[in-house]
Design a protein around this ligand. Structure first.
Ligand code: CA
Length: 489
């Protein structure tokens, strides 16, 4: 069994850890103004779905192989954001930023295994804003940081004031019985894939779905709900029913492509930041890499299937027409690009992540937006859609103009930052055409990529004399900061 988990897998339903937090802070009332809705029945529910380490390899984002029929349907009924960027490509810092509406420089959470209130005792989180205004707030699975697989089933770095009910379903994770292999031989504990028979009642994501279904079933028009539904997959270990692996014959999975010498122009800091994972995580054969990719894809389809069950229950409940549905990945994930397998990178595959938002009745539903948006924008967007006023200190912008007109220009630039081992500090900015990365600390360096000519970021233009003008513009954009790149609305 997973360390610290205890109990038999068959008894997961009754082994869920429940926490009720009854206290409310009086000061919140002054920060979180009341709803503008005339009656409680007008207030929308929020189904807030996160997937862990989820890059943009979804069918609805145009992936040629990955099958995600349920998320594809959600995207077809909502607005799909094609250029949404996380603020920090690591679970804990990204989630804390998104859930507080504040950037990592403000949250001061730049590493995993820190609870939001460790650095921000008086912060008003997104679910807390809803809770304080009368929504029933439920956490099902991973919302704030949870070390996977090490702390699955615990609430170590949760934020109690965010929730009326908070449950961390335990999961068998890498101990699941089934066909298996190592993604990285040097770290077998959790860095594995498992294709298991049956439906997986011993998986944490199954428990999260069960809780979400229960919470939706308990919903009433008199009290709206906010359900934070956090799936662990496709995060390692890549554990999924065998039938999802079977959707991806190994012969159909291409090996990662990298041109010769690609890494020659990548600064030392970037390689240090992602650590040994820049070296194909020790994988040496094409078969190993294809197996790792297949397992990631299978985990995505498994997560998608779970999402589908919840969306179906929402439809059946009759509440869909008064429910906002959001799907997001906390950051991206490399699958061999630049010989990288992981996050903690400021390349596109790691900094960009999916964001789909379905708000009933919006004119942009069914369309995609190529406008630049940031995850820090999600908080003010949902607050506005629910008629709530968030704290004045929020550092994002409501995206509601894009929900009606997805082709409208968005932000002038999006910002992602990172701190790594060995005093590595990186800041990245993307605009309509270019990505610029500035590394400071003991290993300074710069990167500049032209997405129009080089969308896979193979050629670093920072040292090319003819690009000096672009380089200066991007340096200036980064130095001017996020306030100078806000959308015009
Ligand atoms: Ca290169």
């Amino acid at each position: 069994m997973v360390e610290g988990q205890g109990g038999s897998r068959s008894a997961i339903a009754v082994k869920l850890i429940a926490f009720k937090f009854m206290h409310r802070r009086a000061f919140l009332a002054s920060l979180a103004a009341g709803s503008t809705y005339a009656s409680a029945a007008d207030r929308p529910n929020v189904l807030f779905i996160a997937a862990d380490d989820m890059n943009n390899n979804l069918g609805c984002y145009g992936h040629p192989i990955v099958k995600t029929p349920n998320l594809d349907r959600l995207a077809a009924a909502g607005v799909r954001f094609d250029r949404a960027y996380c603020q920090f490509p690591l679970c804990g810092p990204s989630r804390c930023s998104l859930l507080t509406g504040l950037r990592p420089d403000t949250t001061k959470i730049l590493e995993n295994n820190i609870a939001p209130r460790d650095t921000m005792p008086d912060v008003v989180t997104l679910p807390q804003l809803f809770r304080t205004n009368g929504w029933r707030s439920v956490r099902a699975g991973k919302m704030y940081h949870m070390d996977v697989p090490g702390s699955v089933g615990t609430n170590k770095w949760d934020d109690p004031p965010s929730w009326d009910v908070a449950l961390s379903p335990p999961g068998a994770e890498q101990h699941t019985q089934g066909e298996r292999g190592n993604v990285i031989t040097a770290r077998p504990n959790g860095w594995q894939w498992v294709a298991f028979p049956g439906e997986g009642k011993d998986q944490a994501d199954e428990g999260a779905t069960a809780l979400a279904l229960e919470a939706i079933g308990k919903g009433t028009p008199a009290q709206p709900w906010f359900i934070g539904l956090g799936y662990l997959r496709p995060h390692l270990p890549h554990v999924a029913p065998a039938r999802f692996f079977d959707q991806y014959p190994l012969s159909k999975i291409p090996e990662p492509f990298n041109p010769a010498g690609d890494r020659d122009d990548i600064p030392r800091a970037s390689e240090l930041a992602i650590n040994t994972r820049a070296n194909d995580m020790g994988m040496t054969t094409g078969k190993e890499k294809r197996e790792a990719i297949r397992a990631y894809y299978a985990s995505i389809s498994y997560m998608d299937w779970q999402v589908g069950r919840v969306l179906e229950a929402l439809e059946t409940s009759g509440a869909a027409s008064r429910t906002l549905v959001v799907f997001w990945g906390d950051h991206g994930w490399h699958l061999g690009e630049h010989h990288r397998w992981h996050k903690r990178s400021l390349f596109e595959e790691s900094a960009r992540a999916p964001l789909i938002l379905r708000a009933p009745g919006r004119r942009g539903n069914g369309k995609a937006s190529k406008s630049l948006v940031e995850f820090v924008d999600i908080y003010p967007t949902l607050a506005e859609l629910a008629g709530l006023r968030g704290p004045e200190t929020l550092e994002g912008q409501s995206l509601t103009p894009l929900l009606d007109n997805p082709s409208r220009p968005g932000k002038r630039a999006a910002f992602t930052q990172m701190y790594g081992p060995k005093d590595v500090v990186g800041r990245a900015v993307v605009n309509e055409r270019y990505r610029y990365i500035c590394w400071t600390g003991t290993h300074p360096g710069e990167e500049l990529y032209d997405h129009r000519k080089d969308p896979r970021e193979f050629t670093n233009l920072a040292a090319v004399p003819a690009q000096a003008g672009v380089l200066k513009t991007m340096r200036d954009t980064l130095d001017a900061g996020w306030k100078a790149s806000r959308a015009a609305w």
